[in-house]
Design a protein around this ligand. Structure first.
Ligand SMILES: [Zn+2]
Length: 362
């Protein structure tokens, strides 16, 4: 390698387009920051957990549609309240607000559980739900009557998965945690993960070797996706393969029915593009039909509306600067400056809207 590199006299370099410039030219021109508010966009992963409409108002102001995902998460309002909030906001602004339903694992294993869940999903889809979410509680929290972890590929979940397929809505699957969760604090790639797991040791899987490993959770998820080849699956949070675009590419190659959202994992992408920007940029171009922009922005009950709107706008602008433009910005969780990917406009249009419109039938 050293010999090859030395073969090219340095003085000829300025006369040739650099590798980066050639890649940049591929696919056409990119957008600028000034295009942010005029391009139609969609955030495919938010949580509107408050009756106040700050998130929806900011979405309208910044030309975003929303998919608010209901989750059976103890820190969120009850499933009933999440549903009521979603239905109300979708009624108020059906052009901008969309929602995904979910189901509780309560009663799992009892006679009639799947039938009850499926009847509720029928009702929710009839009411406008665009997708169904399964969360990491399946695989990491829920136990059967014998105390064994209920994994996503458990046969008892199959009738629900097949029903979601028959309803022709995607299943949004959040399985596992960021890979950092299985690493010691000093090996984690981003400060947000380091701080979160330092404060929440109960969720820090490095400290809990008795729990399933990241590899086991991914293998279970893959078996589940393989067992339901007609089911459209959206892998939330880059399908928990945020740590390596090559691994994520292999997942997308293996499962043509799968897409992934980018929610809450942009700093992982930026960490990788700071190491090899051309590789990450090529990943986005190659999988431009399979990636959904999303953030995980969560409007908590009672949140200050003005402050939440400002934070939302800042997150959306930062991500636009990174994906759509070539501008650099400081990313605090990486303690580094990150150069934008300057993705071609056609790619941005798909990642930011077209793919979501297709998957969620907007
Ligand atoms: Zn989320």
């Amino acid at each position: 390698m050293v010999v090859l590199a030395g073969c090219k006299p340095e003085k000829t370099l300025p006369e040739e387009p650099s590798a980066t410039a050639m890649t940049e030219g591929h696919g056409g021109p990119s957008y600028a920051m000034a295009d942010f508010s005029t391009v139609r966009k969609f955030d495919a992963h938010v949580h509107a957990n408050d009756r106040g409409t700050a998130l929806l108002e900011q979405a309208r102001a910044d030309n975003f549609g929303l998919l608010s995902i209901n989750v059976d998460y103890p820190d969120f309002p009850s499933l009933q309240d999440q549903r009521a909030i979603a239905v109300a906001q979708a009624r108020q602004d059906p052009g901008h607000f969309h929602w995904a339903t979910t189901f509780s694992m309560k009663g799992y294993g009892s006679e009639g559980w799947a039938g009850q869940v499926n009847a509720a999903l029928d009702r929710d889809v009839a009411e406008g739900a665009r997708a169904v979410k399964v969360w990491k509680n399946i695989g990491m929290v829920e136990r059967d009557t014998q105390g064994r972890a209920i994994m996503l590929d458990d046969p008892g979940l199959s009738p629900v998965a097949e029903h979601v397929r028959a309803l022709d809505v995607p299943l949004i699957a959040h399985q596992g945690e960021p890979y950092n969760c299985w690493l010691p604090l000093d090996k984690m790639t981003t400060n947000n993960d380091r701080e979160y797991f330092a404060k929440h040791p109960q969720y820090h899987m490095f400290l809990h070797p008795e729990q399933p490993s990241h590899a086991e959770l991914m293998a279970v998820r893959d078996r589940f996706v393989a067992a339901h080849p007609q089911l459209r699956v959206v892998g939330a949070h880059m399908a928990s393969l945020e740590y390596d675009v090559d691994v994520l590419a292999a997942f997308l190659d293996r499962f043509p029915q799968a897409t992934v959202d980018l929610a809450a994992r942009m700093s992982q992408v930026q960490f990788q593009s700071n190491a090899d920007r051309a590789k990450v940029r090529d990943f986005f171009i190659r999988y431009q039909d399979r990636l959904l922009y999303g953030t995980d922005l969560t409007q908590s009950p009672g949140a200050d509306a003005a402050q939440f709107k400002a934070e939302t706008h800042a997150v959306w602008q930062s991500d636009w600067r990174y994906l759509a433009t070539g501008e650099s910005q400081r990313i605090e969780v990486l303690e580094a400056d990150v150069a934008g990917l300057s993705l071609p406009r056609a790619v941005i249009d798909k990642v930011y809207y077209g793919n979501a419109a297709r998957e969620f039938k907007l």
